[in-house]
Design a protein around this ligand. Structure first.
Ligand code: TRP
Length: 397
């Protein structure tokens, strides 16, 4: 059964983390722009994958609040609630997601899910990789010199490198053993639920980050497998390469951590000092900018290699001003007073957050709830129609 309406673009808006300006420019704005610019020719499905939110442990008392807060962030960032072709819904409000997941589960192979990189990383079973990453992180945090010193002294006291490696591995296993024990069947099954999310609505285009492309490939595989076995049940989403051609790649990774500009701004950082959250107090956020790491070159240039901190601030400056980087550069290139330059960016961040938070407070919650309910009613019908075809195909109806 092919769905005969307009082609569908679908993506999940993750709920269970605090969004920061990296997410704002890398995910929220691009998704909103995409939705607005394609809504005439496509159906746009934007949903909160709330069932995916606790594949790893969370504080469940916070979940409901976070779902609504993140939806409000999208609205404050410009997501229109009055466009008939943009559907905004919560996964768990459409039970067909869970039901299709079970059916697909019985055609998904243990081996293919066991190969999923995200599962291996999050479950902690991929220890060798984690060990290497932990070492790289430690080296990054402590500096190569101190690391060498530490390794040296360990090697000396223990005799040889093999022994050292054992110690490090044991240490890291200790850190991750608990994760591995506690990793849930839901985490393993995550890609199947994601495939159900996509296939229920016959989505052709699915904009996702790099970390989700393997899951998208899995959705294609299982759709084809089912189609081969049962006839044309599902629309097979476009291959990853075509998705990239359609959406353009790489917007996500531009903003870096203020304290460690070699890494992208990301919630998983141990400290929040390098991250500007959309909910940060504007004055506190300005302080974070003022204490951003820079360099000893002493003049403003856009040089990601040698001046990653300054380059990051230039990038943030341009994004917040809505200007091309070149234009911002013209103003600041060669400027020798880092304090003054940072002050400019800090003021700008402060103004941006104040403005954004005012918008957030004035989001019309009743209108948002009405939109959710009407989208959910429509999407339930659509999803149930697909589910019924699948149930018939497998002999349940
Ligand atoms: N797994 C996605 C992420 O972590 C979120 C998601 C869930 C999703 N279901 C989806 C994205 C279906 C696209 C399509 O970002």
């Amino acid at each position: 059964m092919k769905i005969m309406t307009k082609p569908v673009i679908l993506t999940g808006l993750r709920a269970n983390n605090d969004l920061h300006i990296g997410n704002y420019f890398g995910a929220l704005l691009p998704i909103i722009d995409m939705a607005k610019s394609h809504a005439d020719e496509y159906e746009i499905n934007l949903f909160v994958p709330d069932l995916h939110s606790f594949t790893t442990p969370i504080d469940h008392s916070q979940l409901q609040g976070q779902i609504m807060r993140n939806l409000k962030l999208f609205v404050a960032a410009g997501l229109p609630l009055d466009n008939e072709n943009i559907h905004i819904y919560r996964q768990s409000f459409i039970p067909a997601h869970s039901e299709l997941t079970w059916i697909l589960d019985c055609f998904a192979y243990f081996g293919e899910l066991n190969r999923m990189i995200q599962f291996k990383e999050k479950s902690g079973i991929d220890r060798e990789k984690q060990a290497k990453e932990a070492l790289a992180r430690a080296t990054n945090d402590l500096g190569q010199e101190r690391m060498d010193e530490l390794l040296q002294s360990t090697v000396q006291s223990k005799g040889n490198d093999k022994e050292l490696l054992k110690i490090i591995l044991k240490y890291i296993q200790g850190l991750t053993a608990e994760d591995a024990r506690g990793s849930s069947v839901g985490l393993f099954n995550y890609p199947v639920l994601m495939a159900a999310d996509i296939l229920l609505y016959g989505a052709k285009y699915v904009p996702v980050g790099e970390d989700q492309t393997q899951h998208l490939e899995f959705a294609r595989d299982i759709a084809e497998r089912m189609n081969n076995k049962f006839g044309e049940l599902f629309v097979v989403p476009e291959p990853v390469k075509k998705q990239h051609e359609f959406f353009g790649k790489d917007q996500g990774l531009r903003i870096k951590d203020l304290q460690d500009p070699s890494r992208k701004m990301s919630k998983s950082e141990a400290s929040d000092k390098g991250i500007i959250f959309l909910g940060d107090n504007p004055d506190e956020a300005a302080k974070k900018v003022m204490s951003a790491a820079t360099d000893s070159v002493g003049a403003v240039h856009f040089d990601v290699e040698n001046q990653p901190g300054i380059s990051n601030l230039l990038q943030i400056h341009a994004l917040l001003a809505g200007k091309p980087l070149e234009e911002v550069l013209q103003h600041h290139e060669g400027q020798t007073n880092y304090g003054e330059f940072k002050g400019k960016v800090a003021d700008q961040v402060k103004a941006f957050l104040s403005d954004f938070q005012t918008k957030l407070e004035s989001v019309d919650e009743a209108a948002l709830m009405a939109k959710l309910q009407s989208s959910e009613a429509q999407m339930r019908d659509k999803a149930n129609a697909t589910l019924l075809e699948v149930q018939k195909a497998v002999g349940l109806r």
